[in-house]
Design a binder for this molecule. Structure first.
Ligand SMILES: Cc1cc2nc3c(=O)[nH]c(=O)nc-3n(C[C@H](O)[C@H](O)[C@H](O)COP(=O)(O)OP(=O)(O)OC[C@H]3O[C@@H](n4cnc5c(N)ncnc54)[C@H](O)[C@@H]3O)c2cc1C
Ligand SMILES: *[C@@H]1O[C@H](CO)[C@@H](O)[C@H](O)[C@H]1NC(C)=O
Ligand SMILES: *[C@@H]1O[C@H](CO)[C@@H](O)[C@H](O)[C@H]1NC(C)=O
Ligand SMILES: *[C@@H]1O[C@H](CO)[C@@H](O)[C@H](O)[C@H]1NC(C)=O
Ligand SMILES: *[C@@H]1O[C@H](CO)[C@@H](O)[C@H](O)[C@H]1NC(C)=O
Length: 435
């Protein structure tokens, strides 16, 4: 049993968040709800970046969002279609259905996995970020973690001091690299993505009205309506590095990209070319990755969330889920270290960052390590088992045999994980002195 003492003259906890991506925005929404805090988000770009293609929201992401935003309002920008949000995996050549990763345990339809596009999702989430919380044009260069707090040094701006820093600066996180010294590397595949008006494909007969993935050994073509009268295409292609290097992340490849894909998918299910033919253009996202953090914290003062902590690079279509889950765990960990008694007595809350960051790291690290392991298993299964099938019949049989719905991942309940970690620590009592 641990007993701690608190004084009642605490100043607000100053929280700085680096990065206003989807995860930084959700961190801004959640952490602002804590008592006696002062939250600011520092974002490098000069204004909100309204770009992006389709983005998947799993059951787990929606479970977290439900606690922070109006989940009924959110439904307006989501698409589920004929298979209730499940990804329909199709044979690359015949288009026949091989598997659907449906949710079997989530019964509330509003929480079933869905697709949307990043721009309306970004706008929706930003409408919940308290006014003035985000400071644009702040590019963090370096952080200095000391026992009194953390200093953030920016390019061409005065440094700031905070009690707690949340690094949500994405896959290329300078904050992470300052501590790990890692370099981000090409993963071997390019994601070509586009969103365009659904009007363009409405005359294509027998195009499925669901989220479909045509799969071969590694290469995948995804099609889906995305809601709000938009249609999305994502092609995952194992392009050699010299092809990948032709275009930077989020660069429109124009006619070249479209023809590249038409050639690549020429002998696949003919419905694919029908869509590629009417698609206006395509944007390239060379997928890069870096080692995932084992420790999500530094010195009781810094917490990593989202792609900064685990550069998932599109894996499992769940990058947003993993980031939102981190944020929920961090929010609950901070909340846990402030006694309800403080709320009841109206005294300013005082946080125990040491304990909070321990709970946060402990809630997330086991799950994330397991996800990272799964990436390795899946790659290995494809390489050694599926792609070595000697004929199509064998390929199908092998594919069906190893196919997993991954519900443990998609439906990960972060709140339950958090509670398990808290209970594991045993009773934690605080002694409160009121003068
Ligand atoms: C513009 C954009 C478009 C995207 N489009 C898609 C998409 O269509 N589909 C999809 O599945 N995923 C997309 N992603 C990735 C997806 O948003 C993330 O994988 C996931 O949501 C995790 O988000 P994140 O907030 O951790 O990281 P990110 O979304 O990458 O956000 C990181 C934020 O930090 C800011 N930043 C970086 N370095 C610094 C610094 N030194 N100082 C201050 N700020 C900094 C960046 O400008 C960015 O706003 C996109 C990301 C971005 C940034
Ligand atoms: C496709 O599914 C959506 C959502 O379920 C529905 O609103 C739409 O009418 C469907 N379109 C067609 C062509 O069936
Ligand atoms: C980090 O902070 C400490 C304590 O304030 C200070 O002495 C040190 O010079 C700082 N280091 C850097 C690199 O800014
Ligand atoms: C976070 O977890 C890692 C193992 O994954 C551990 O080494 C580290 O000490 C933990 N950090 C905290 C603050 O508990
Ligand atoms: C669901 O299926 C799609 C299509 O194969 C796949 O890309 C995605 O990773 C799967 N997601 C999960 C979490 O099972």
């Amino acid at each position: 049993m641990t007993i701690t003492e608190y004084s009642n003259n605490s100043k607000p906890l100053k929280i700085a968040i680096i990065g206003a991506g989807l995860v930084g925005a959700v961190a801004g929404i959640a952490l602002s709800k804590l008592s006696n805090v002062n939250v600011t988000i520092y974002e490098r770009s000069e204004k909100p970046r309204e770009v992006g293609a389709w983005i998947g929201l799993t059951e787990s992401s929606l479970q977290v969002l439900r606690k922070l935003v109006d989940i009924d309002e959110l439904q307006k920008i989501l698409f589920r279609g004929d298979q209730d949000g499940g990804y329909v995996k199709r044979h690359w050549k015949t288009g026949e259905i091989l598997a659907v990763n449906l949710s079997s345990t989530t019964t509330d339809r509003r929480l079933k996995q869905a697709r949307t596009h990043r721009v309306p999702l970004h706008n929706f989430l930003f409408s919940y970020v308290p006014e003035g919380l985000i400071k644009y044009g702040y590019s963090a260069n370096k952080v200095n973690v000391t026992k009194d707090g953390v200093d953030v040094i920016f390019e061409e701006k005065d440094p700031i001091h905070a009690d707690l820093l949340v690094a949500a600066d994405g896959i290329y996180s300078r904050t992470r690299r300052q501590f790990t010294g890692d370099t981000v590397q090409y993963k071997g595949a390019v994601a070509y993505r586009n969103v365009f008006p659904i009007e363009l494909i409405k005359d294509i007969p027998s195009l499925p009205n669901d989220t479909s993935a045509w799969v071969k050994d590694g290469d995948i073509m995804f099609f889906s309506p995305l809601g709000l009268d938009q249609y999305g295409v994502v092609a995952l292609v194992f392009d050699p590095e010299d092809v990948a290097k032709k275009f930077i992340w989020n660069e429109n490849t124009g006619e070249w990209g479209r023809e590249h894909l038409r050639k690549h998918f020429a002998d696949w299910d003919p419905i694919i070319d029908k869509v590629l033919k009417v698609m206006p253009d395509i944007t390239s996202f060379p997928l890069e990755t870096a080692p995932w953090l084992k420790d999500l914290t530094v010195g009781n003062r810094l917490a990593f969330v989202g792609d900064a902590a685990h550069p998932t690079s599109g894996a499992f279509g769940a990058g947003a889920q993993f980031g939102f889950g981190d944020v929920w765990a961090l929010y609950r960990s901070l909340q846990e270290t402030v006694s309800n008694a403080y709320v009841d007595t109206g005294l300013p809350a005082e946080y125990d960052l040491h304990r909070a960051l321990f709970l946060f790291n402990e809630t997330r690290r086991h799950f994330l390590a397991r996800v990272e392991k799964q990436l390795g298993y899946d790659a290995d299964t494809y390489k050694r088992y599926i792609s070595t099938a000697r004929n199509d019949k064998e390929w199908r049989a092998r594919f069906r045999q190893v196919e997993s719905p991954l519900e443990w991942m998609r439906e990960n309940n972060v709140e339950a994980d958090f509670q398990r970690v808290v209970d594991e620590q045993g009773p934690f009592l605080r002694t409160i002195y009121i003068d």
